[in-house]
Ligand binder design. Structure first.
Ligand code: ASP
Length: 334
């Protein structure tokens, strides 16, 4: 029989109402075990629960990604799969980061959480945890996945798209890996075939990557201000459509050139939810290509951010970082 580790990191799933708003509750692991037992009895895989100091995932920093990864790796050989309970706000960011640290995973790692706390009526917590446990015990799912609202998504393709719906997540550029209705449909052909294990947990420098959303009237001085902190070594642009930014504004392009000349790695993602950055389509995108901005293809913002962070923490040579960003490592880009 498969054995699964549930790692609780925080989030609404383990919170309770308190004066001033929801907060992590004491005694959540015991409560979860009790409610899972009452609901599903012995029909679930065997599991243990380990709790990290639970936080609201809005408080999460890249350094926490490393703590989560180390907590799993310390116990890797003792379990057949892992469920990570996590707040929904930054779940897609963490799942993306874990997919890069656990590249070539030989075990399922399934992130989940809930929109309503476990201890409240109408909670979606038990449904999500039960299905996540089943997928974590399903050997062919050798991916970092995200289970939510009846679908298993690839972690590094997922995004939180709805604040209040039970199916809060989607992966607009990648079909679900599995769907759960009366029957469970696992799309085996969509699972990334595991390459060699390539596990690496680097020391993240929390502020190393900044994000700039391009908008009408954006000033070059905004880029200078955003990148003034010398610890910022990567800048993600969120541009229009297929990767366009205003090029008539010399000041903006000059500011991006200054950032590139200082050694920052610049990565171009699109503000569109569906589709890819193809930088040379318009002159406005070609201007970015000329200064060495790397097109992120159809990577999500979360995956682009996590991959750039991971690379800056594990690789010194900016050319090798740029090369790696263009490659598909574990299903994060087409
Ligand atoms: N703020 C919460 C968190 O991300 C939201 C949630 O879990 O749904 O931790």
């Amino acid at each position: 029989m498969s054995r699964v580790l549930i790692l609780h990191t925080g989030g609404t799933i383990g919170m309770a109402a308190a004066p001033g708003g929801y907060r992590p509750m004491a005694g959540f692991p015991a409560r979860l075990r009790e409610q899972l037992g009452a609901h599903a009895g012995s029909r679930l895989p065997d599991y243990d629960i380990v709790e990290l100091p639970p936080i609201d995932s809005a408080d999460l920093r890249p350094g926490h990604w490393a703590v989560i990864a180390r907590s799993l790796l310390e116990r890797w050989d003792d379990y057949d799969g892992f469920v990570v309970l996590h707040g929904t706000d930054t779940m897609a960011w963490s799942a993306s980061a874990l997919s890069f640290m656990l590249r070539g995973t030989d075990r399922p790692v399934i992130f989940t959480g809930s929109q309503i706390p476990l201890v409240e009526p109408r909670s979606d917590a038990l449904d999500n945890v039960e299905a996540a446990l089943l997928f974590a015990a399903t050997e062919p799912v050798r991916e970092v996945g995200l289970y939510f609202g009846h679908r298993l998504l690839r972690g590094n393709r997922s995004r939180k798209l709805a604040t209040a719906q039970f199916d809060a997540f989607d992966s607009p550029n990648c079909p679900p890996l599995a769907e759960v209705g009366i029957d469970i449909t696992l799309h085996r052909e969509r699972i990334v075939s595991p390459g060699d294990r390539c596990f690496l947990v680097p020391e993240f420098d929390d502020p190393a990557v900044a994000i700039l959303t391009v908008h009408p009237g954006i000033a070059g001085s905004t880029v200078d201000a955003l990148t003034a902190n010398p610890r910022i070594r990567g800048l993600i642009l969120q541009t229009y459509g297929v990767g366009n930014a205003p090029q008539g504004d010399r000041e903006l392009i000059a500011a991006l050139e200054r950032a590139a000349a200082r050694g920052l790695v610049l990565l171009n993602t699109t503000q569109c939810l569906v589709g890819s950055v193809i930088q040379e389509t318009y002159a406005t995108g070609a201007a970015l290509a000329r200064i060495g901005v790397v097109p992120a293809g159809d990577m999500t913002l979360e995956a682009a951010f996590a991959k750039l962070h991971f690379l800056l923490a594990s690789e010194q040579d900016p050319d090798r970082i740029r090369d790696a960003l263009r490659q598909n490592w574990c299903g994060e880009r087409s």
